[in-house]
Design a protein around this ligand. Structure first.
Ligand code: ADP
Ligand code: MG
Length: 400
């Protein structure tokens, strides 16, 4: 695969797939983290004298033009961050896009309208991909967030352009995540949380073969405790996964992977409740209450387990952290991980939100911009985006 510094972009039309899928509020960008993540690539291209054409999706317009999902507010915010005019094209393909690209001068930046206003984007339709490719001499992918999706702007487009490569954000994601997967320093500790075991089965099974310890929190832990025969009250439990959970626990035992589960919880009638009902040991969860966060004893236990770690990978909050009444367990964990003297990597949509809320991004080695793509990559899968970039490079070699 090729990376930006190896590509001559001067005076070239460079189409960059970015992940500008940001939350909007009344037509204004509420959180610009994703835009900021792309600045390094955009800034570099500009300074190299490329004609920068940016494309992205935003939300789920379901293949129809719906201005509620327009990227126009993003052009505004990006312009403020770059301190430079960012042009906006009200379509991502067609005559207007072509003529705006034609007028683009070296060093200028143009943002195209939402790719998902066309059904061809998510269908990886080759005709749609060709229309996108028409706009560019070179295609750069810098959108790790959609790297697991075989969409036209991620995969199809690479078949239709002459030259492809990965931007700085994608490069950084690959480098950091690979560092943890290949030859991690030990002890290697994985922490999993969040709502469901079922969405994390792939990574759980893959990591059983790699790590020394697995720490589990969040509603996921309920399913494991239930699989061990404990009563969880009204907590979220995936009853159809109890057997699978038992298999995972057995595998961990066989492979000598220490498997940590909570010993106490903050309980309450539901995740929306203003205040929790207080701490309860895992053996005493009231019948009509839910385990909504890990308790203080569990926090101490997990901090101990992390003390000597040299590599940590974390995905999934320890509780229903959106509600401050049930966020302390996750915040304690954030603190403990940020004190680890080693490689610390965090990924996942909600986990990312939690880390930003806690304001500790700088204290971690790397916070991935991927949710699904992070999980898929860590499972050891070849992501469609990366495969497409490699194939494009191969084809280019064959043509020479
Ligand atoms: P990520 O997006 O980081 O991969 P998930 O989507 O798997 O994380 O899980 C996050 C969700 O899990 C949050 O909405 C959180 O409220 C919920 N959650 C975590 N623990 C619990 C719990 N004990 N009870 C109910 N919901 C929980
Ligand atoms: Mg999530």
């Amino acid at each position: 695969m090729r990376y930006l510094p190896d590509i001559d972009v001067k005076n070239k039309k460079v189409l960059v797939r970015v992940d500008f899928n940001v939350p909007l509020e009344d037509g204004v960008v509420r959180d610009d983290t994703r835009i900021r993540s792309s600045l390094k690539t955009i800034d570099y291209l500009q300074k190299q004298g490329a004609k920068v054409i940016l494309c992205s999706h935003l939300g789920k317009p379901k293949g129809e033009k719906n201005l509620k999902f327009s990227l126009k507010p993003v052009a505004q915010r990006l312009g403020e961050l770059l301190d430079k005019e960012v042009k906006f094209c009200p379509d991502c393909i067609g005559e207007i896009a072509q003529s705006m690209v034609k007028e683009l001068k070296s060093g200028e930046v143009l943002l195209l309208e939402n790719l998902r206003f066309y059904p061809g984007e998510q269908q990886n339709d080759l005709d749609f991909a060709k229309e996108l490719a028409k706009l560019a001499d070179i295609y750069i992918n810098d959108a790790f967030g959609v790297a697991h999706r075989a969409h036209a702007s991620v995969v199809g487009v690479t078949k239709a352009v002459k030259e492809c490569g990965a931007g700085f954000l994608l490069q950084k994601e690959i480098e950091y995540l690979s560092k943890a997967l290949k030859q991690p320093k030990r002890p290697f500790v994985a922490i999993f949380g969040g709502a469901k075991v079922s969405t994390k089965l792939g990574i759980l099974n893959a990591f059983l073969k790699k790590v020394d310890k697995i720490i589990v929190g969040g509603a996921m832990a309920n399913t494991f405790l239930s699989a061990k025969g404990y009563k969880l009250g009204a907590s979220l439990v995936e009853v159809d996964l109890l057997e699978t959970a038992r298999e995972i626990l057995n595998k961990a035992k066989k492979k000598n992977v220490a498997f940590y589960l909570p010993v106490d919880f903050i309980c309450g009638p539901g995740p929306e409740e203003k205040v929790g009902k207080g701490v309860c040991p895992f053996l005493e969860i009231p019948e009509n209450e839910m385990a909504l966060d890990i308790g203080p004893a569990t926090s101490i236990l997990y901090a101990e387990a992390l003390k000597d770690a040299k590599t940590v990978v974390w995905n999934g909050p320890m509780g229903a952290f959106e509600n401050p009444a049930f966020s302390q367990g996750s915040l304690n964990l954030v603190e403990d991980i940020s004190r680890v003297d080693g490689l610390t990597i965090v990924g996942g949509g909600d986990t990312d939100a939690l880390i930003h809320k806690a304001g500790v991004v700088e204290k971690l080695s790397f916070v991935s911009t991927g949710g699904g793509s992070f999980l898929k990559f860590m499972e050891g899968n070849e992501l469609p985006a990366l495969l497409a970039l490699k194939e494009c490079e191969q084809k280019k070699g064959e043509r020479k």
